[in-house]
Design a protein around this ligand. Structure first.
Ligand code: F6R
Length: 241
């Protein structure tokens, strides 16, 4: 793991966006794994700025998102489909047909999930995967558990995750309790992983990820075993290291 502590979110965004832009400008058909949530938003703003300044084009980029809520339609204002389009895709020149976001309501869950991993492999694997981390140490929606999950699958969200995200839905009762997520195995196949964490509420999870045992009780701890995991933290998130 490469751990870098930055003064603030803006500095993290500059570095993370720089890593992505360098990849896109140096590879023919790059594949990027995107995350939703608050953590990558400043990075996405930086990417949009660079695109507007003519410094990068996403025409040849294929994207795969980590996860999507079940039960709500993709047109819902809280779907990750909507999030990604509003925060990034509608503001750059990525081709809609190269965008992959899990279907939260597939007719056949197993078939869909197998197909998602297969498509990632067919595209040559993910070059850079962006991650955030949950307060409980989750990555994607891989919640603390007894085993490290392998492939894309349907997961039941924990109370901690519902609590952290129900503000977007107005109340916990309106928030979906299940999601489709890439598995830990799918995430670990990415060539480079960039995990962004900001704020004191992430400090314990960050400490467990970096200093704790590698255990599915803290799913992000598996990143200790990745050959190119870059952990970008602000001072608060790094405060227990
Ligand atoms: C999002 C995702 C989640 C978030 C995590 C942190 O696609 O898979 O693992 O990255 O819950 O969320 P924020 O960034 O909102 O604190």
């Amino acid at each position: 793991m490469e751990i870098k502590v930055f003064k603030n979110d803006e500095e993290i965004a500059e570095k993370a966006a720089g890593d992505i832009i360098s990849l896109v400008n140096s590879k023919n058909n790059p594949v990027i794994g995107f995350a939703t949530g608050a953590s990558p938003v400043s990075t996405y703003k930086r990417i949009i700025k660079a695109y507007n300044e003519g410094k990068v084009s996403f025409k040849n980029v294929t994207s795969f998102n980590l996860d999507e809520y079940c039960t709500i339609p993709k047109s819902d204002k809280n779907s990750y489909y909507t999030f990604m389009h509003e925060n990034l895709f509608d503001k750059i020149d990525i081709d809609e047909k190269n965008i992959n976001i899990p279907d939260g309501n597939p007719a056949n869950v197993e078939e869909f999930c197998n197909g998602y991993d297969k498509k990632i492999a067919e595209k040559g694997g993910i070059d850079i995967q962006i991650l955030g981390i949950g307060r409980n140490g989750h990555i994607g929606f891989n919640e603390p558990s007894d085993i490290f999950t392998e492939q894309t699958y349907k997961v039941k969200l924990t109370e901690s995750t519902v609590e952290a995200n129900d503000k977007y839905f107005g109340s916990a009762s309106l928030m979906p309790k299940e999601a489709i997520t890439m598995g830990i195995g799918s995430i670990m196949k990415s060539k480079t992983i960039i995990l962004i964490a900001c704020g004191i509420e992430k400090a314990e999870a960050v400490r467990d990820m970096i200093k704790g045992n590698v255990t599915p009780e803290c799913p992000a701890s598996i990143l200790q075993k990745h050959s190119d995991a870059r952990i970008y933290l602000d001072e608060d998130a790094a405060s227990l290291l």
